[in-house]
Design a protein around this ligand. Structure first.
Ligand code: UGA
Length: 419
């Protein structure tokens, strides 16, 4: 927002994050973020505080807190959204706009609009879902592929739209598609987009399962169906499946909300999407176990990747970390490495051995498992690294290596859904 020319105050309840940000340090890994953080702070337009009263007088209050999965349930936990709105209420003024960015169950915005109206400040609410991808967050924010505003009917909705137009003037000037709609549609756009993406990935992973039983190659299949512009090649990469803080919990929360609405059957397929996805993690573990004739106990396994995807240090619901933990649980000696996620993983999963040099992970390994397709793993030279391991056996959990080159270098190569 500061990069777009606005004056911004960032507020968080976590004093550690505020302290880091105030020093110009990003509290997580995201390409390009440190640079725009520095520019924003140098411009004087960007500051951080844990004092919520500093929001006073802002024209727009973005609420971008998390909505994680509730413990032991599928539903989304709205504690943080509710708390953020309650904390804002005493500081809101007439004509100011609260713009929700968080991914919420349909019906939440209407309820929160009621809460804001009851408090009597004259502030308005819009729901303005966020579609950025981790790893591309800066680019997706500066140049979004679409904007969606969920606003109230009538005059206050028009005023909310005008304020959002002002904030997003740079994007709108680049002809970014804009959908102005009601609260429920805006909330549903967000969860249905993520449900569609998750379904696309599980579809191709289901084809990988069929390919495994028939000797077909799912990567070629994806290329071939992807040439149909109605299908498209993106998000058809079969492998160990989707993870992260969004897709898995969003499809579960959507299912829970649909069930509450008596429409569980409409999204019952999302349970299948979830199951297919979780089966692929198991498949990777099974392949390793099978390769040792039924037990990994005491075997040295190099796990390359821990983050849920490359260019991120995020390990939330990460298939890669899950595979590492399962192998460790089966008695393997796991040497794990991720270019950015080692320390996050070590905090929550101290039972794994973490190394910071890929050669240290590979030396003496009896199996190599690639589960996050970081560039440095994709570009490993199979000839050179064959000399490091004690058994040249690789599972390509992201179908990101060249089977021909790896086999030519003497490796037993196993992809997912490819021969
Ligand atoms: C996702 C959506 O893509 C964003 O549009 C959305 O804004 C975001 O969730 C959110 O709700 O905040 P993100 O979680 O950053 O973004 O990551 P994705 O790029 O969607 O990848 C999700 C997972 O799917 C990763 O584990 C990735 O490895 C996996 N994936 C992706 C595949 O297994 N195959 C593919 O072909 C593509």
């Amino acid at each position: 927002m500061a990069e777009l020319g606005h004056e911004v105050v960032g507020v968080d309840v976590d004093p550690n994050k505020i302290a880091m940000l105030s020093l110009g340090k990003a509290p997580f890994f995201e390409p390009g973020l440190p640079e725009i953080l520095a520019t924003g702070m140098a411009s004087g337009r960007l500051s951080f505080t844990s004092d919520i009263s500093q929001v006073r007088g802002a024209q727009i209050h973005f609420v971008a807190v998390g909505t994680p999965q509730k413990k032991g349930e599928n539903a989304a936990d709205l504690t943080y959204v509710n708390a953020a709105i309650e904390a804002l209420l005493p500081h809101l003024g007439d004509g100011e706009l609260v713009a929700g960015k968080s991914t919420v169950p349909v019906g939440t915005a209407q309820r929160l609009a009621g809460r804001i109206a009851d408090a009597g400040s004259g502030a308005m609410l819009a729901w303005n879902p966020e579609f950025l991808r981790e790893g591309f967050a800066v680019q997706d924010t500066i140049s979004p592929d679409r904007l969606v505003y969920g606003v109230a009917l009538g005059e206050s909705g028009a005023a909310a739209k005008a304020l959002l137009d002002e904030v997003y003037a740079t994007a709108l000037s680049k002809d970014t598609p804009l959908v102005v709609t009601d609260y429920a549609t805006a909330e549903l756009v967000k969860v249905s987009a993520n449900a569609f993406l998750a379904t696309k990935i599980s579809f191709i992973n289901a084809m990988a399962e069929i390919a495994e039983s028939t000797g077909a190659d799912v990567t070629q299949l994806a290329d071939a169906i992807g040439f149909d512009a109605r299908i498209g090649r993106r998000f058809l990469n079969a492998g160990v499946g989707f993870g992260g803080g969004c897709l898995p919990k969003d499809i579960r929360a959507f299912t829970a909300r649909a069930e509450e609405l008596g429409r569980g059957e409409s999204v019952a397929f999302l349970k299948e999407v979830d199951s297919i996805n979780l089966r692929r993690r198991q498949k990777v573990v099974d392949l390793v176990v099978e390769s040792f004739g039924g037990s990994v106990f005491g075997k040295r396994v190099a796990v390359l990747g821990l983050a849920f995807k490359p260019d991120s240090d995020d390990i939330r619901d990460s298939p890669a970390l899950d595979v590492a933990v399962q192998l460790k649980g089966l008695g393997a000696e796991v040497l794990a490495i991720d270019p950015e996620a080692n320390s996050n993983a070590a905090r929550t999963h101290p039972q794994l051995n973490y190394v910071s040099d890929v050669d240290d992970a590979l030396t003496g390994a009896e199996a190599v498992v690639v589960v996050t397709e970081w560039k440095q793993f994709r570009e490993l030279d199979p000839v050179r690294v064959a000399g490091l391991v004690s058994r040249p056996f690789v599972i390509d959990g992201r179908n990101c290596l060249d089977p021909v080159a790896w086999r030519a270098a003497g490796w037993t190569y196993k992809g997912l859904g490819r021969p």
